[in-house]
Ligand binder design. Structure first.
Ligand code: AMP
Length: 270
């Protein structure tokens, strides 16, 4: 496994490499990331994992500062998985060139997390544009846990580069909580609440089928979810997976949620 800390060296390393799978991460590697890596290793000849906590996608400085980091342990896991290349760049390196044009979301994309985390996806798209341009992978593997991120990047990257963006299922723990590096910030008590929220979401989704008006139903369920679990809710919405438009039918649709536990923002969809 080659560990590369600089984009110039990376460029040289990548010269001879074809059929490259790319798994972008912010580190604190968990089984969700591992699943993406295993899929890349199956589908591509070589796999590159990046570890970079991108400051421009954090709309809250405190959230950026407290984001969990453990590079030493990450490298241990990546080595075990037989990853070919690990790229750990510095911010000065990634942002030394100014972007050609400022990233702007269209009005119809300013929904879900884009509505509640101003500038977040603009930062995500910008850094993924820079990384894709540098790495030029055949495939990029992304998790459905962050479905809106996958949706926006698939549209943006595939329009601009020959790379394909591949979605991978969400990996959960034994209590059905979606794995996330942010879960490391949660006290055991909050993890119990997170498990209860997933349980409630499953019930809510099961009953969607029987509703005449899904919007009114979700409004009512949102209120009881907040009250029962003592959470701060950003949104609970039912949306179509192809268009991300609000959905009125069960088919091809998922329940999307973003909420706070101990000031930690968690997202999920099911
Ligand atoms: P992150 O390090 O949180 O930026 O995530 C890096 C990649 O891993 C993104 O494509 C995420 O969607 C994906 N990912 C994060 N958590 C999970 C999970 N529980 N299951 C599958 N993929 C995940």
């Amino acid at each position: 496994m080659k560990i590369i800390l600089n984009s110039l060296i990376l460029k040289k390393e990548l010269k001879e490499i074809k059929n490259l799978g790319f798994v972008p991460t912010m580190g604190s590697i968990h089984k969700g990331h591992e699943y993406l890596i295993k899929k890349s290793k199956k589908e591509c000849k070589n796999t590159l994992v990046s570890i970079y906590v991108n400051p421009t996608q954090f709309n809250n400085l405190n959230d950026y500062k407290k984001y969990p980091k453990d590079t030493r342990n990450d490298l241990k896991i990546l080595k075990k998985l037989k990853v070919d290349l690990v790229f750990i760049p510095k911010t000065e390196d990634i942002y030394k060139k100014r972007g050609t044009k400022k990233i702007a979301l269209s009005q119809k994309d300013k929904i879900l997390c884009a509505k509640y985390r101003k500038g977040h996806f603009e930062g995500v798209i910008d850094v993924m544009d820079r990384l894709t341009k540098l790495i030029m992978p055949s495939k990029i593997f992304m998790g459905e846990k962050d479905y809106q991120q996958y949706y926006l990047l698939k549209k943006y990257i595939e329009r601009k580069y020959p790379s394909k963006v591949i979605n991978c299922k969400t990996i959960r723990d034994d209590k059905s909580i979606a794995l996330s590096s942010r879960n490391l910030l949660l006290k055991p008590k909050s993890l119990v609440v997170a498990a209860n929220v997933v349980k409630d979401l499953k019930k809510i989704k099961k009953n969607i089928n029987k509703q005449k008006n899904i919007k009114i139903y979700l409004k009512k369920e949102s209120k009881s979810l907040v009250k029962k679990n003592n959470i701060k809710l950003d949104y609970l919405e039912f949306r179509n997976l192809k268009t991300l438009k609000t959905s009125n039918t069960f088919k091809n649709s998922r329940l999307f949620i973003a909420y706070y536990l101990q000031n930690v923002r968690l997202i999920d969809n099911l």
